[in-house]
Design a protein around this ligand. Structure first.
Ligand SMILES: [Fe+2]
Ligand SMILES: [Fe+2]
Length: 331
């Protein structure tokens, strides 16, 4: 999940809410959770709806590039791991839709917004998974970047989101480790396997850094999200944490991130990296990434093919209700 969607303005409540607003902020400052029935400013509610639904959509769309390799995993072990991971992502989507529903929006509405192109998902899933090494790179880098973003969300001020994130983070950490393990095996394999691993790192490195969203200077609403403790770190802080953690991991297995400007700054202890190509990020965001159309087409197809399941579930629930009503009337 990342925060690119937070850059649209949502208006604060009017001055009549000043006292409620002060009480709300005091509660957050005391590190108490805001629960669904508590009063909250409309902008807080809308920010969370946008962020949580975007996160949920990312989990669901994120199943597509990896699902692409389920039938071609190189061994039964790898296949079982990948299957478990893809299923976890589906589960994450479900917890997150449920958490967003506590803010007064239905899952059907969120899905409609996605399918009509009114809601976003993480741009990273608009890149293709060309070789098996891409599956390793996605776990290691994409899930790795997601963890950096998500660990602080376990302390998010909104209770249902924070609680959903605790379980999600445990599973994401398994995803990151399986990806890194798959990459290390390739990196210590034949020359061709090592080349394949390096090529996957070359293609996924920059898009992973972009997952943290625009630079702080271009994120005007970060301050408010930090004050509300929805966010605990800025985009640039999280990106730096990710680079600091990942560069040594790459080098340990003999791979090198594709950045000639990468250097260790002894004084600060940080890895300094080159400029991010935000033009590419904005292009992918605008729908012109390599797989944007394919991903949305796959989601629309799955939604249409699942229509009979939704109808059957509704009919079953209706039948159950009328049977219960008849039984109650007969008593
Ligand atoms: Fe996930
Ligand atoms: Fe994951």
């Amino acid at each position: 999940m990342y925060t690119q969607g937070l850059n649209q303005a949502v208006e604060d409540g009017g001055p009549e809410d000043a006292e409620l607003l002060a009480r709300f902020q005091a509660k957050i400052d005391r590190e108490e959770k805001i629960e669904p029935n508590d009063w909250m400013p409309e902008a807080y509610r809308q920010t969370l709806i946008r962020q949580i639904s975007q996160h949920a959509h990312s989990e669901i769309v994120g199943m597509l590039p990896e699902g692409n390799w389920l039938t071609r995993a190189p061994s039964l072990r790898r296949k079982a791991i990948l299957l478990a991971k893809v299923q976890d992502e589906g589960g994450h989507g479900l917890y997150l839709y449920a958490a967003a529903e506590t803010l007064g929006i239905s899952r059907a509405e969120m899905v409609d917004r996605l399918l009509e192109g009114r809601a976003r998902y993480s741009s990273i899933f608009n890149y293709p998974t060309i070789t098996w090494a891409d599956i390793g790179a996605v776990g290691w880098l994409v899930d790795g970047a997601a963890i950096m973003n998500q660990i602080p969300l376990c302390r998010c001020s909104y209770g249902p989101y924070a609680r959903a994130m605790i379980r999600i983070c445990k599973e994401e950490s398994f995803h990151q480790r399986q990806g890194y393990e798959a990459m290390s095996r390739l990196a210590e394999g034949t020359a061709a396997q090592k080349r394949m691993a390096q090529d996957a790192l070359d293609r996924w490195w920059w898009p992973s850094l972009m997952m943290f969203g625009p630079s702080d200077a271009d994120s005007p609403h970060t301050g408010r999200s930090m004050r509300w403790k929805i966010k605990r770190f800025t985009n640039d802080e999280l990106r730096q944490k990710f680079v600091d953690a990942t560069v040594p991991q790459a080098r340990l297995i003999g791979l090198e991130p594709p950045d000639p400007e990468l250097r260790h700054d002894e004084e600060s202890g940080h890895w300094r990296f080159g400029k991010i190509d935000w033009t590419e990020f904005n292009e992918v965001l605008a729908g012109n990434g390599p797989c944007n159309r394919e991903r949305m087409a796959a989601r629309r197809k799955a939604h249409a093919e699942g229509a009979w399941v939704r109808e059957a579930a509704t009919a079953h629930a209706g039948k159950k209700r009328s049977r219960m009503a008849m039984a109650a009337a007969a008593e």
